[in-house]
Design a protein around this ligand. Structure first.
Ligand code: PLP
Length: 377
């Protein structure tokens, strides 16, 4: 599914040198390695401020806490994402409202969000938290319009979208605040847990710096109840190295995605509709979006059998996500029965992520498509 050894082997010496520097200067928490990465990351994204933190989950929480989206406010997000998109809202003390996804992009559908915004709510809706799933931005102009019309804070869950953009504007500078994850499988990855929050609003940046350090502006003077959400120096050092390679790595991912498109088209398996019949529905890059192919996700009506068949042939695949968030045991209390979000529920039954990473070889992709053709024919 992903061979990280191919990513690290060519840069092993560079990584070791960066880690040795942290050790030599003993800047284990925040410090120069993290500050250096924050500057480079902000420049890369074209955003005013970037703050390193301990994980993508902490990044989401920091974003919500800094914008004072807590008890007494409701946040709308998607039921088809990683758990942290919702758990961070709950941890911030807010109420969660879910809205169904667009079946083509798997991202939050702005039309459904608008319907919710028009309905009376007991707890006022204060923020939208769209997720840029699989490396493609959620339909941003529509969310920006809704944000302006209803005076909402827009928080991007950009955990899967380093380098993605909408109309040339990077994920990470589209909304009021954005949260990134550098979990080791992400396009831009750390050697452990790490995350980043970005914003163009200096007052929010200042609050996030304070909140990630137990609410301290001055050492041992706590202005608010924050959290320990700091980034380690070692992670900052690794990220600084990996950031240099990200343009090339994202370019190679795009090439690999294009190769899958071509191989599926040539095999006659690719179907044109939204939902699969006998073949597979391929992922689409929509107008305005620059996709960075964190995942290459197909739909198949026989998804579970197909996955088993691939596993038998030692071909990796993954289901992101097999259970939509409203059907997770931990979130039963949100009160959404089966059938609440038909698109998310259908996607959970049909999606299958195929191996994609910068170093994947064309012959490996041919083997993947060949095996899928063998199963479906
Ligand atoms: C969409 C999404 N949101 C949030 C997160 C949380 O990031 P982390 O695992 O770094 O806490 C992840 C990654 O796992 C993710 O994919």
């Amino acid at each position: 599914m992903l061979d990280l050894s191919r990513q690290y082997a060519p840069i092993r010496e560079e990584i070791l040198a960066a880690l040795a520097e942290v050790l030599d200067h003993r800047q284990f928490i925040l410090g120069q390695p993290v500050a250096g990465f924050e500057r480079a990351a902000a420049e890369y994204l074209g955003v005013a401020e970037a703050m390193g933190c301990a994980s993508g989950t902490d990044a989401l929480w920091l974003a919500l806490a800094a914008a004072e989206i807590g008890p007494g406010s409701t946040v709308i997000t998607t039921p088809f994402s990683f758990f942290a998109s919702v758990s961070s809202i709950l941890r911030a003390g807010s109420t969660t409202l879910l809205s169904d996804i667009d079946p083509v992009t798997f991202n939050l559908d702005p039309a459904g969000v608008e319907k919710l915004l028009k309905q009376p709510q007991t707890v006022p809706i204060r923020a939208l938290l769209p997720v840029h799933l699989y490396g493609q931005c959620a339909s941003w102009p529509e969310f920006a319009r809704l944000g302006a019309e209803y005076s909402l804070t827009l928080i991007e869950d950009a955990a899967q979208a380093w380098g993605a953009a909408w109309d040339g504007v990077s994920a990470g500078s589209l909304g009021d605040i954005a949260a990134f994850s550098f979990y080791p499988t992400k396009n831009l990855s750390a050697a452990g847990d790490a995350g980043l929050v970005t914003t163009n609003r200096p007052e929010l940046a200042e609050r996030m710096r304070m909140l990630r350090q137990h609410g301290m502006r001055q050492r041992y003077h706590h202005d608010e109840v924050g959290w320990n959400a700091r980034m380690d120096g070692f992670q900052g050092a690794v990220l600084n190295v990996n950031l240099r390679y990200i343009p090339e790595r994202n370019r190679l991912r795009c090439e690999a995605a294009l190769r899958y498109h071509q191989l599926f088209a040539a095999s006659g398996l690719a179907e044109s509709g939204i939902y699969p019949a006998h073949g597979v529905v391929l992922p689409k890059e929509i107008a305005g979006a620059k996709h960075v192919w964190h995942q290459y996700v197909i739909r198949s009506a026989r998804r579970d059998g197909l996955r088993e068949f691939l596993t038998e042939r030692q071909i990796g695949s993954e289901i992101y996500y097999p259970v939509p968030l409203h059907r997770q045991k931990a979130l039963e209390f949100l009160g959404y029965p089966e059938g609440s979000f038909p698109e998310a529920e259908r996607a959970a039954r049909e999606v299958l992520a195929l191996p994609i990473f910068p170093e994947i070889r064309p012959d490996e992709q041919e083997r993947v498509v060949g095996a899928i053709a063998e199963f479906l024919s």
